[in-house]
Design a protein around this ligand. Structure first.
Ligand code: ATP
Ligand code: MG
Length: 442
């Protein structure tokens, strides 16, 4: 009480105060909440703990969107939560929480976190390195990022608990950070990316004082550990609103910390067309709930970088395929340093890129060999995108489309006459002083 009073006198109290909103006024019913999340809350309540459904799920239900997953916040400690459920795992090093598995669902259960941001360990830019303290419900609400993400659904009473005016912001379709924007973005620069992503995904406009410091603070993303950036970038690209998000990231100057060369790519007319098409296609797939390959998407985002490096090497007289191999290495090294694109992903990206020149070979046995490769379909989709952006003749893509669907006899008839270019190349390669043969496709 006293602490709160002092905060208010000093003008530090940024929360408009606790509001308990009755079910009849907010309209979220138990039916909208997953049975597993309700079960977790009920079990905790039976043991005398308080437990609420919180975060993105409550926000999404209020907006009429089906939530992806449900999170529960409680005053029970991780070691008190775990034994209450048959299948539960303690996870997280920085902040321990419990994953409760009920049927096909996993509910993330976390203990209320404290916000003593003054004593939290920070780097020289204000980024919080450790904040492993438990707190009260009110503390927990204050450390969440946006007001619309700090709404707590009380499964027992059906009330919504709102400390920061999140309900009013949702009605106004506004995304507003809790507390002082600059401090909150310094504490965790990823919040700037979240502002862009959630704004685009939910159709909320980022409130002006929340938005104001973003351009200036954008360089702070450089200090965020690459795996964390990668995780957020993936969420952004697979949000179903990737085009809008990337456009917005670029407007805010936030893209530089993630894909350092994205602005260069987007300034080349063919590159821009290619990336725009790839993003539009991805959004369409996500929104119609079809699977999307992150490797394909990253391969597309970086393709024009690979192309530029490849062509430059060819111009300097390097042989075509080895030049492509080196160009791929170069681009992946520059780009994935910041973003920590996983090895599994870069392996697939390489395969897709390395197969591209092979689509030009439409004689002899080569088209069959290409068709047999496990990544053929992905590489062909990539070729289709290149054709649609005007980078390769549409005729090559339509040939491959027809070739895939044709029977053996038609395929044989489709083959182009062997020009002998390959024979010549092969002979040259056999010379003892020749450059190394192209690396096999992985
Ligand atoms: P979605 O799941 O749709 O991407 P979300 O808001 O649920 O959006 P999560 O990453 O699942 O995002 O986070 C769950 C909740 O945790 C958020 O709603 C927010 O309350 C809190 N949260 C997440 N990231 C941060 C952060 N960087 N700073 C403060 N609070 C955060
Ligand atoms: Mg979520």
């Amino acid at each position: 009480m006293i602490k709160r009073f002092i905060r208010r006198v000093l003008g530090l109290d940024d929360s408009p105060g606790l509001q308990r909103v009755a079910q009849a006024r907010h309209g979220v019913t138990r039916n909208a909440i997953s049975a597993s999340a309700l079960k977790v809350c009920d079990v905790l309540a039976e043991r005398g703990y308080s437990a609420y459904v919180v975060g993105g799920a409550v926000r999404d239900v209020l907006l009429g969107i089906r939530p992806k997953d449900f999170d529960v916040a409680t005053n029970a400690r991780p070691e008190q939560i775990k034994p209450l459920f048959r299948r539960a795992l303690l996870i997280g090093r920085r902040f321990r929480l419990v994953h409760v598995m009920l049927g096909p669902e996993t509910i993330e259960v976390s203990t209320f976190r404290g916000t003593d941001s003054k004593s939290a360990e920070k780097d020289q830019h204000g980024r919080v390195l450790r904040d492993n303290v438990f707190g009260t419900l009110e503390d927990d609400a204050r450390r969440r990022d946006f007001t619309v993400n700090a709404l707590y659904y009380d499964c027992k009473t059906g009330e919504l608990i709102d400390y920061h005016g999140g309900l009013a912001d949702l009605k106004k379709r506004t995304l507003r950070i809790i507390g002082d924007p600059e401090t909150r973005f310094r504490e965790d620069p990823v919040r700037m990316l979240r502002a862009v992503r959630l704004g685009a995904k939910l159709g909320l406009s980022v409130e002006s004082s929340t938005r104001a410091p973003i351009k200036r603070l954008a360089p702070l993303l450089e200090h965020v550990p690459p795996p964390r950036l990668f995780e957020e970038m993936l969420k952004l690209l697979l949000s179903g609103h990737a085009s809008a998000c990337l456009r917005q990231l670029r407007n805010e100057g936030l893209h530089k910390g993630m894909l350092p060369l994205l602005d260069v790519i987007l300034e080349q007319p063919l590159g821009e067309r290619f990336v725009t098409l790839a993003l539009a296609q991805t959004d369409e797939r996500v929104l119609s709930e079809r699977p999307v390959s992150p490797a394909f998407l990253f391969a597309a985002l970086l393709w024009h970088e690979v192309l530029a490096a490849w062509k430059a090497r060819e111009k300097r007289g390097e042989r075509r395929i080895p030049a492509l191999e080196v160009a791929m290495d170069e681009v992946l090294e520059t780009q994935s340093g910041k973003l920590a694109i996983t090895r599994r992903l870069t392996a697939t990206m390489r395969e897709v890129w390395a197969m591209q020149p092979r689509f030009e070979e439409r004689s002899g046995q080569r088209p069959w060999r290409l068709l047999d490769l496990p990544r053929f379909r992905m590489a062909y989709d990539f070729l289709a995108l290149r054709a649609a952006s005007g980078e390769v003749p549409a005729e090559i893509e339509s040939w491959w489309r027809a070739f895939q669907g044709a029977d053996e006899e038609t395929r044989r008839a489709m083959l182009l006459p062997d020009t002998g270019a390959h024979k010549k190349r092969r002979r040259r390669r056999r010379k003892p002083q020749g450059a190394p043969a192209p690396a096999p496709v992985e």
